[in-house]
Ligand binder design. Structure first.
Ligand code: BGC
Length: 730
C-alpha cells in the first residue's frame, strides 16, 4: 500500500474533524480504549495486555473483571521462556499466536512484547522480558513482532526506556551514561523499530535524565522519531503522563491511565483548554491524530485508500471494503500446539552430572513429586501480564497424563506459600491502586521470604508462625516419603508473589524455606531430581554442589507441565539455553555490586555497559550458571571454523556424537583487543542434528568486517564454553 495515499486519506479525515473529536482520539476514553469518531467511520482503538496471552475483559471504567465466560485464552510461555529457546522461529510463532488471538478477541493493539533489558535478577517483571543481552532481545523481539502484526494487529513494545526495576517505578530517575543507554538499553527497541517494523511503542513509567519517559523530548522526539524515523504510534504507560504541555509537545500520541476520570487526563480537557487559549498549538494534536489514523490504515481498520481511489466506497464503518481485515481466532488446537512446542524448547537442563535424565523405564514406575510448584497454577498472577487461561497443565498433571495408569505418581506438598497471599486478596483492585506510593516497592525479607515492604502485605507474626509450623510438618512428611519411591522429583522455585509487577525481590533466596527442604531431601536421596520453576533466577548455593540433576523451567504457559514431562521422560531432548546469567547471589550482579538499585528517587547505572555476563566476564566472577548455558541429552562436537566476509558469516561443522537427536544453539561471541568489554554475543543459530550425524552451520554476523583489526570470533555452546576461535589474518 502506498504510504502517500494513506497520508492523503489521513489528511482528508483530519480536515473533517473537530478539535474535540481529535482530542478524543489521543487519550483513554475507557481503561483500554480511546474514542472513535463514528460520523466519519473512525472506530475506537482497542487495546489489551499481553505478553503471555490476551488479558481478560475489564469493565470500561473500573478494574473489575466483567467475568465473561468467553474470554479464556491460550496461555503462552513468558518471554524469558521464549528467549530460552534462542529460536527466532519460535518467537515468530508465539507472536503470531498472540496476534491472531488479539484479533480474535477484537483488539487493535496488543501491549507486548516487553523487551526491557534484565539489569537485575530481582526485577519483579523479569519474566515479561527476554534477556540481559541486547542482541538476543532484539533478534527475538523483531521475529515476534512480525508474527503479531501478520494479523492486522499492532504489537506495542514496552517500556521505552531503561525501565529495569519496579521499586519507585513511577518516579525513579535513571542516571546513566549515554553510551550504556545506546549500547545496552536501546538496541532491542531499535531492532523492534527497524527490523521488526513495530507499529506501536509504549513509554516507560520511570524518568531518564530527569524527564518522564512518556513525555520525554530526548527519548521520544530526538531518539525515536528523529534518529530512528519511527512513524508509528507512541502510547503512554498507564498513568505515565504527568504534564499537559510537556506531553502535548512531545511525540507521545496516546495517553492512557488507570483512573476513570477520562476527561481529566492530561491530554483530554486540560489540553483542549490550552489549545483554545493558544498555549499549545493545534498542530501538535493534528500530528498525533494523523499517526493514529495511519496506524488504523495499516491495520485495515478504515475504508482504505485503494477503495477510495477506485470510487468503491460505502462499506460498513471500520470494515475496509478493499482488503478485508483479518478476523483472527482464539483457543485453536494449533495455538495450543505452538504453546507446547515453545514450552518444550524453553526448558533448560542446568545439570545432569550422572546422566540420570532422561528417566529410564524402570525409574518411571513409582515417582514421587514434591513441592507446591508441581501443582500450582501460575497464569492468573504477575500483574498486568496475568492470563485467564483456558487451562494450565501443572507438572504433576503432565507427568501423570504422560505416564498413565501403569505408573504410580504420588505428590507431597513439601512446602507452602503464605497463609494468605496478599496479591490474591488485592486482586480486583491491584491496578486501580497501582499509581500510589511511587508505584512500586521492594520486598524486605531474606531467608523466610515472607515479608513485603508494603505494610498492607506483611504477614502478621502469628500467621508467620503458623506458616513456619505448617512447613515443618510438610517437610517432615515429604522427607519421610522420599525414601520409598523409585524416583523423587522436587518441583519448587517462585510464584507470582515474587515474580510480580510493582514489586522487586529483596534477594534471590528461595522463599518458603525451600532451601532447608531441598537439603533434607538430598540427605536421604542423593539422586533427587530438582526442577526449578520461576520467572527469574534463584540462589542455589545452599544445595547446588550436592545436587546432580537440575532442570530449569520458566512459567511455560498452558502446556508447561506436558513439556516438562516430555523432557524428563526423554520424549524431547532439552535445547534451552539461559538468556541471562544465573548469579550465585544478587550481589554478584553489577546492578547491585556497582550501580545502585534504587536510592530514594534516583538509580545510578554506574556499571555502564557492564551488564550481565559483560560484567562477570570483565571481572572474572563465576556465575552459578553462565549466560548461554544449557545441556542436552546428547553431545556436540564443533570443528572446522571458517569466516566468510562477503556473506558476513561465521561457519563451522557441528557433529552430534551422542545417541539422541537434538538441537544445539551455536553462539558467536566477538572479542576485540582493547575493547572495554571482554566479549559480546553477535550471532547465534539453533541447529537440529540427528544422532551420529553432522551439519554445516552458518551464523550471520551483521557487523562483520574484514578491516576489523584484532578481532577474535569465538564459537561456543555457551558464553563460557567456547569451542572454536578464529582470529583472521590481516
Ligand atoms: C504496565 C503496562 C501495562 C499497562 C496496562 C501498566 O501497569 O506497566 O505494562 O501494559 O499497565 O495494563
Amino acid at each position: 500500500m502506498n504510504h502517500k495515499i494513506w497520508c492523503r486519506r489521513a489528511d482528508e479525515l483530519l480536515q473533517k474533524m473537530t478539535l474535540e473529536e481529535k482530542i478524543g482520539m489521543i487519550h483513554g476514553a475507557q481503561l483500554f480504549q480511546t474514542a472513535g469518531v463514528e460520523r466519519l467511520g473512525i472506530p475506537p482503538l482497542k487495546m489489551s495486555d499481553g505478553p503471555m496471552g490476551v488479558r481478560q475483559e475489564f469493565e470500561a471504567a473500573s478494574w473489575k473483571s466483567v467475568g465473561y465466560s468467553d474470554d479464556y485464552v491460550t496461555y503462552l510461555p513468558c518471554n524469558s521462556a521464549i528467549a530460552s529457546t534462542w529460536n527466532r522461529k519460535i518467537a515468530y510463532d508465539i507472536g503470531s499466536v498472540l496476534g491472531e488471538e488479539a484479533r480474535g478477541r477484537g483488539k487493535d493493539i496488543i501491549l507486548a512484547p516487553g523487551i526491557n533489558i534484565k539489569r537485575s535478577p530481582l526485577c519483579g517483571r523479569s519474566f515479561e522480558y527476554f534477556s540481559e543481552d541486547p542482541y538476543l532481545a532484539g533478534e527475538l523481539a523483531a521475529a515476534y513482532i512480525h508474527g503479531v502484526q501478520l494479523w492486522d494487529v499492532a504489537a506495542c513494545v514496552k517500556h521505552f526506556a531503561a525501565n529495569n526495576q519496579e521499586t519507585e517505578r513511577l518516579w525513579v530517575d535513571v542516571d546513566i551514561d549515554e553510551e550504556a543507554l545506546r549500547q545496552i538499553y536501546f538496541p532491542a527497541f531499535y531492532d523492534a523499530v527497524k527490523k521488526g517494523g513495530v507499529y506501536a511503542v509504549m513509554g516507560a513509567y520511570n524518568r531518564v535524565y530527569g524527564e518522564h519517559c512518556c513525555q520525554s523530548e530526548f527519548l521520544l522526539n530526538q531518539v525515536l522519531r528523529k534518529e530512528w524515523g519511527f512513524d508509528g504510534v507512541i502510547v503512554s504507560d498507564w498513568g505515565g503522563v504527568h504534564d499537559t504541555e510537556a506531553a502535548a509537545n512531545s511525540q507521545l500520541d496516546i495517553e492512557m491511565s488507570v483512573t476513570d476520570d477520562f476527561d481529566d487526563y492530561f491530554m483530554a480537557r486540560p489540553l483542549l483548554e490550552k489549545i483554545k487559549s493558544g498555549e499549545v498549538s493545534e498542530d501538535t494534536v493534528n500530528q498525533k491524530v494523523k499517526r493514529i489514523l495511519l496506524l488504523m490504515l495499516r491495520l485495515h481498520m478504515l475504508e482504505d485508500a485503494e477503495t477510495m481511489d477506485s470510487g468503491k466506497t460505502g462499506s460498513r464503518a471500520g470494515i475496509p471494503a478493499g482488503r478485508q481485515r483479518k478476523s483472527g481466532s482464539y483457543n485453536t488446537p494449533e495455538h495450543r500446539h505452538k504453546a507446547l512446542e515453545a514450552a518444550r524448547e524453553s526448558i533448560v537442563l542446568l545439570k545432569n552430572k550422572k546422566r540420570q535424565l532422561p528417566l529410564k523405564p524402570k525409574q518411571q514406575r513409582r515417582i514421587l513429586l514434591i513441592g507446591e510448584n508441581a501443582q500450582q497454577q501460575h497464569a492468573n498472577g504477575g500483574g498486568s501480564a496475568e492470563i485467564k487461561a483456558l487451562y494450565e497443565i501443572s507438572p504433576l498433571m503432565g507427568l501423570k497424563s504422560r505416564l498413565g495408569g501403569n505408573a504410580e505418581i504420588a505428590f507431597a506438598q513439601g512446602y507452602c506459600g503464605k497463609a494468605e497471599n496478599p496479591q490474591e486478596q488485592q486482586k480486583t483492585n491491584w491496578q486501580e491502586k497501582s499509581l500510589e506510593n511511587g508505584g512500586g516497592t521492594q520486598q524486605k525479607s531474606t531467608q523466610a521470604g515472607t515479608v513485603h515492604a508494603d505494610a498492607a502485605a506483611q504477614e502478621p507474626e502469628s500467621q508467620e508462625q503458623e506458616s513456619t509450623e505448617k512447613r515443618r510438618k510438610l517437610r517432615e512428611q515429604a522427607v519421610r516419603l522420599a525414601t520409598s519411591y523409585d524416583t523423587v522429583i522436587f518441583v519448587g522455585g517462585l510464584d507470582h508473589t515474587y515474580d510480580c509487577e510493582g514489586n522487586d525481590r529483596a534477594d534471590m533466596v528461595l522463599p518458603y524455606e525451600q532451601d532447608l527442604l531441598i537439603q533434607q531431601l538430598l540427605a536421604v536421596r542423593s539422586d533427587l531430581i530438582i526442577v526449578m520453576l520461576a520467572g527469574s533466577p534463584v540462589q542455589m548455593q545452599a544445595w547446588i554442589d550436592k545436587a546432580d540433576t537440575v532442570v530449569w523451567s520458566w512459567y511455560a504457559g498452558m502446556e508447561g507441565g506436558n513439556a516438562l514431562a516430555d523432557v524428563l521422560l526423554g520424549k524431547v531432548n532439552p535445547s534451552g539455553k539461559l538468556p541471562e546469567s544465573f548469579y550465585k547471589t544478587h550481589t554478584d550482579c553489577s546492578a547491585h555490586a556497582v550501580g545502585t538499585f534504587a536510592d530514594e528517587k534516583t538509580v545510578s547505572y554506574r556499571e555502564g555497559c557492564e551488564v550481565g555476563y559483560r560484567y562477570l566476564d570483565n571481572h572474572q566472577i563465576e556465575p552459578e550458571f553462565c549466560f548461554g548455558h544449557g545441556l542436552s541429552y546428547t553431545d556436540f562436537a564443533y570443528s572446522d571454523a571458517r569466516l566468510d566476509f562477503e556473506k558476513k558469516q561465521v561457519l563451522c561443522t557441528l557433529e552430534n556424537t551422542g545417541d539422541y537427536d537434538g538441537s544445539e544453539v551455536v553462539q558467536v561471541y566477538v572479542r576485540k583487543k582493547g575493547a572495554k568489554l571482554f566479549q559480546e554475543l553477535k550471532g547465534f543459530a539453533k541447529v537440529f542434528v540427528k544422532a551420529q550425524e553432522k551439519a554445516e552451520v552458518s551464523v550471520s554476523l551483521e557487523e562483520m568486517q574484514r578491516e576489523d583489526a584484532d578481532v577474535a570470533y569465538c564459537i561456543g555452546s555457551s558464553s563460557r564454553d567456547i569451542r572454536l576461535m578464529i582470529i583472521p589474518d590481516r
